[in-house]
Design a protein around this ligand. Sequence first.
Ligand code: HEM
Length: 471
Amino acid sequence: MPGPAPIPFVGELCYILCKGLIKYHIDLVHKYGKIIGIFDGKTPFIVLSDPNLLRNVLIKDSNVFINRRVLEGISGPFEHGLLALKDEQWKNARSIISPTFSTAKLKAMYGLMNEISDMYYKRLLEYADKQEIFDIKLLNGQYTLDIIASCLFGIGTNSLQHANVTLTNHLKKFFNRVISPRLASYFGKKGYSMFPKDAIDYTTNLVNQILARRRQRLERRNDFIQMMIDHEEEVNHEENEINQRTDKKEQQSQQQWGTLKKTLNDKEIFGQALIFLVAGYETTSILMSCFFYVMATEPVIQEKVYEEIRQELGDDEVTHEKLNQLSYLDMVISETLRMYPPGITFDRVASCDYQLGNYHIPKGSIINVPVYPIHHDPNVWPDPEKFIPERFLPAEKAKRHPMAYLPFGDGPRNCIGMRFALLEAKLGIAKALRVVEFQKCEKTQVPLQLGKLEILNSKNGIWVRVVRRSQ
Ligand code: HEM
C-alpha cells in the first residue's frame, strides 16, 4: 500500500502537530492517493478517501467496522457516551437514544430552541446598535451551549444573558479538555482523568437533582432527560403488563434470552448528555460562524438568502415547518459544511481481518477518513475553493458519489445529532438574517485562516460587523 516510511517512536504525530491535521491530510492525499498505509506504532492506519471502498467500510460492511478508536482510554462519565461505546453496548445505547432525535421529538424540543434564538438575535441587534465589531464565534458558542444545556441536559445556562456563570464555566471545562481527543485518549490510558473533578461533581449533582425531580413528577420539560424518563416508564409499564399476562416459567425464559438492556441508568443518561455537549457544542457553533463569515464576504449570496427568508417567513413566527421550506438556505448551509467541515476526520476499527480492495488488512487496523481533502477534491468539486451553493441543487447532487460529501459521517455510526444541529443552526440563522446584515470589518481575515486541531477552527476568531436591516 502506498504511504510514507514509518517514523520510529513519534510516528506521524510530529508532522500533524507542525502542519495541522488539514494540511497534513491534503499533502498525504496529494502525494499518495486515495488509499494510504501508515503505521501508528504497530497498528496499521489507513487514510482512505476512495469513495467505493469508503462505502464498503461505512455502510456495506459496517458490521465489521462498528467501533471507532478516537476516544479509547477515556474514563469517567464519558465511557458511557455513544462516541466511546463499543459493539453490543453501542448498538443497545444507540437504539434507545435514536428516537430522541426523531422529527416528532425535535418538534417537541423546538419551543425550547425558539426561546434561546430570540435572545440570540437580540444580542445581534445590541452589537448593531453599538456599532461594535465582534468575534461571532463567541456569540455562537453561547447560543449552541444554551441550546444543548436546555434541550439535552434540561438546565438553563443562559450564557447569552451572562447568567449562571458557574455552570457555564463548568460545562466549558469538559469541552476544552477534549478538543484534542488524541491527547485525552493518551492521558486516559495512563490513568489520568482529563476532566476536572469539580466540574464532574457539580454537573453530576445538578443532573441527579433534575432526574429526581422529574421522577417525582415535580417538573416536566420537552428535553432529552425527560424523554429518557418517559421511555423508562413506558418500558416498565410494558414489562409489568407482560409479567401479569405470562406465567412464571415463561417470564424466566424471557429473562434468559432478553439480554439487551431497554433503558439507560442515571450514570448513562448523564454520560450521553455530556457526549452531546462535547460533540455538538463547538461543531454547530463553527458551522454557524463559517456561515456568517460567508455572508459577510459574499454579499450577493447573503442577499439571496435574505430574500428567501423575507419571502417565506415575512415577519411571522418562525415555525419548524417554515424553516423546512428554505431551500436556498439549505444549499448555502451544505456548501458551508463542504468548504468548512467542522469534523475534519473520523475513524473506524476493523473487528476482523478484511479485504480492502486489493489489500488484506489485519484485525485492529484503523480506517481514517480525511474529510477535508474529500470535500476539496477538484475532480469532484470543480473550483473547490469557490463558494457555489448551486452544487447542492438536487440534479447536481444526484450526479455525485454519496461518499464525496461526509460532514456528518455515514452509515449506522453517523452523527446522531445531525438533524438537531441543522435545526438549531437554521433557526438562529433565519432569525439573525431577518434583522441584521453581516459585513466584513477591518479584522475579518480573508481567506479564513484555519487552526491545527482535529475540529476545524479559525485561527483568530471570525470578526464581523452587523447593521440593522430597515423594515
Ligand atoms: C454541525 C454540527 C455537527 C457536525 C459537523 C458533526 C459531525 C459529526 C461527525 C463527522 C461524526 C462522526 C460520524 C461517523 O463516525 O460516521 C459525529 C458523531 C457524533 N455526533 Fe455529531 N456533529 C455535529 C453536531 C452534533 C450534535 C448537535 C450532537 C448532539 C446533539 C452530536 C452528537 C454526535 C454523537 C453522539 C456522535 C457519535 C455517534 C455514534 O457513535 O453513534 N453531533 N458528528
